[in-house]
Write a protein that binds this ligand. Structure first.
Ligand code: SF4
Ligand code: SF4
Length: 90
């Protein structure tokens, strides 16, 4: 089974409270944009003119973006209890 197929079996109970906040204005000045490579769920997307946008709904709660971004741009907490990803395969 491919990784994409495994990920597709995850379930999400999406919290209305956003658990990861990204200051996208600060991202405009970022050259590395390492979050694009760190996030396995592709929550960070490169738009036109180098603009990065973020959406939390498909977050796998791995924490990679939190530790990879060296600009202090990401405010990261876990979703509230009972919300977020539910893994099918651990
Ligand atoms: S690495 Fe950090 S500052 Fe750079 S684009 Fe990603 S979230 Fe923004
Ligand atoms: S915690 Fe992991 S899955 Fe969630 S946005 Fe950050 S890198 Fe992506």
């Amino acid at each position: 089974m491919k990784i994409e197929e495994k990920l597709a079996r995850n379930k999400f109970d999406i919290d209305r409270e956003v658990h990861i906040q990204v200051d996208e204005e600060k991202c405009k000045a970022c050259e590395s944009k390492v979050c694009l490579y760190a996030c396995p769920a592709e929550c960070y997307v490169l738009r036109a003119e180098g603009h990065v946008t973020f959406s939390y709904e498909g977050c796998l709660e791995c924490g990679s973006c939190r530790f990879s971004c060296d600009k202090g741009t990401i405010a990261w907490v876990n979703p509230r209890g009972g919300f977020g990803v539910c893994y099918q395969y651990g």
